[in-house]
Design a protein around this ligand. Structure first.
Ligand code: ZN
Ligand code: ZN
Length: 262
């Protein structure tokens, strides 16, 4: 069964010429789950030749623009392309109102149902499951209410293989309280906005550094760490990667358009 993550955006708040802000696409047995939907996401999906209508579930971590300013555009495009299937959106309770106002102001009535699933920021919550996968949300520490997401396979065809799991943790300050939620996952995406020399800045802005993300990965005994959400001040990822690998060797850098097997 396919279980892979495609990075649609690896930048933090500001898009650059080579990096879009946050969005990941998880392919779980050819079911597509979109995690965050920053500005530029629908263009990235087109560039990678991903059929937009196959997406049925969108998970928004928090209401900073670099994680959801592409949502109204994507929803409108799906409408213009004749979508009929329900779209499920998981996010902050205010998200439904934000989308409603945008649609109302532009006199747009979507021709397909949208079902909103408000997130609870209190602890580990099961927010979706089908016969193949379960999705949990869990709280992260950031400047606004934020959730991470945990995707776990429920069964494998060949019994000797263990189930795989992917955790998506952005945006967050260094926070050891998330370790029980992500312990032992095959792939952890953990934001790495800054290099370690900017640790104070990271703490003030409730973001994480290379060493901090790698320390969480090591303590949580994950198999692989994917870093991303890089500050636009960094032209090259290599120095961030080397810092993270000094603590957790199985670290890989997110780059727009890459696909990583979980
Ligand atoms: Zn962000
Ligand atoms: Zn944020």
């Amino acid at each position: 069964m396919t279980f892979s993550v495609t990075v649609l955006g690896s930048s933090s708040a500001i898009p650059t010429l080579t990096r879009n802000p946050s969005a990941h696409l998880l392919n779980a047995n050819e079911r597509l789950f979109l995690l965050d939907c920053a500005e530029g996401t629908q263009v990235q999906l087109r560039r990678l030749k991903i059929h937009l209508q196959r997406i049925r579930h969108i998970f928004i971590t928090h209401l900073h623009g670099d994680h959801f300013y592409g949502l109204i555009g994507l929803l409108t495009t799906l409408h213009l392309l004749g979508r009929k299937d329900t779209m499920h959106i998981y996010g902050h309770p205010q998200l439904e109102e934000i989308i409603r106002i945008q649609l109302e102001a532009s006199a747009t009535t979507l021709q397909y149902p949208v079902q909103y699933h408000p997130l609870d920021f209190g602890g580990l919550m099961l927010i979706h499951e089908d016969e193949r996968i379960s999705v949990h949300s869990f709280p992260l520490k950031h400047s606004v209410p934020t959730c991470g997401f945990l995707f776990r396979e429920k069964i494998r065809i060949r019994k000797q293989e263990s189930t795989r799991a992917y955790a998506y943790c952005t945006d967050t300050v260094y926070d050891e309280s998330i370790i029980p939620y992500i312990h032992g996952v095959d792939l952890l995406y953990h934001e790495t906005t800054f290099m370690q020399s900017m640790a104070r800045n990271a703490a003030e802005k409730l973001h994480s550094t290379t060493i901090e993300a790698a320390t969480i990965a090591r303590m949580a005994e994950v198999k692989k760490l994917l870093i991303g959400h890089y500050s636009a001040r960094y032209d090259e990822v290599e120095p961030l990667l080397q810092e993270a690998r000094s603590v957790f060797p199985e670290t890989y850098p997110a780059e727009d358009g890459i696909t990583v097997e979980v």
